[in-house]
Design a protein around this ligand. Sequence first.
Ligand code: SF4
Length: 383
Amino acid sequence: MKKNDMFFIHGTDYREMTIRLLEACNLAALIGDTGKSVALKPNLVTTTPPEEGATTHPEILAGAIEYLQAHGFGELSVMESSWVGARTDDVFQVCYHDRVCQRYGVPFYDMKKDTYTTYDARGMEIAVCDRAMAVDFMINLPVFKGHGQTKVTCALKNNKGVIPDFEKRRFHALGLTRPIAHLNTVCKNDFILVDNICGDLDFEDGGNPVVMNRILAFRDPVLCDAYVCTAMGYAVDDVPYVRLAEQLGVGSADVTKAHRVYVNEPLEEFGPGEDAQDRTGRGTESVIRPSGRIARLAKHAEQREACSACYGALIRALSRMEKRGTLRRLTETVSVGQGFRGVAGALGIGRCTASFARSCPGCPPDAADIVDFLEEAAENCPH
Ligand code: SF4
């Protein structure tokens, strides 16, 4: 498999599809010596099961482990750190990855408990977990999905799971773009297996899955994310960390120069928004667009350097209020993020807005608590 290859497979037997895809990519040859240590890094961002569109399906993890073990790789591990505010162990269980690791005898490491070392990531100091840097070969298992702040999240941003929590907070304080791009100049990105089964195209933490039943493979994380941008109807420059990662030498964002390989026959008919591909493998891509709900809900919020968990909980809460018919009564803007620390204001979410006249406590607060808080605030809004 070459650096500019993009492999696609579709179907519903995700474990079998993963094995078939990895055979087609000849992953074993890419890794080389079977004595090498190989790590798998899923997306276990928050406690929502994979069918909700936020987290990596366990069948993909199982298929990858089966493939690697069948090819003689014995030193395997799974590692991840959930977002700030979630316990990785809880997500590990909710997403069924605990059962996969147990079944195949592969250890799981919570990166929140790992030690770290600070690296010079092309002009930016970034702390990265030691265990993630010590492996010989890293397989990234991101989910193809949308994100409330960055529009798109896939391979590059999934590597936030190999940095400590204090570093994740700093990333948000710095606005995500620069740190995500710079992180990828030092962290390991040897192979990317994308869960494109049912990602939520609006919310990073899921809830609105869009079924596509595909698994994709890449060697270049920039190409991977550039492809996801175009498949979701964005220009690469709409997601600035992709272009910056390219400029820093992480990979190529030029999807037009990529070579597409379709491992199985294309479906006769695709659902709304899915790719249509011809038998030559060149493909004619249609675009899967996010619903625009995030943009509509975000008009009620002002975010400054907000962590994903906090911002996501606020958007989720606003979404619930919209469904309950209470959002129209909220006439004040809701502030969220580290940029509001020590600032005076009216209505805020999270510990960072503790100095506001009214602030929903928590770091991050739960969406349910935010709903209660905002509905009460909406009752007192000047109508
Ligand atoms: S209150 Fe929210 S924005 Fe502030 S540090 Fe906590 S999670 Fe991040």
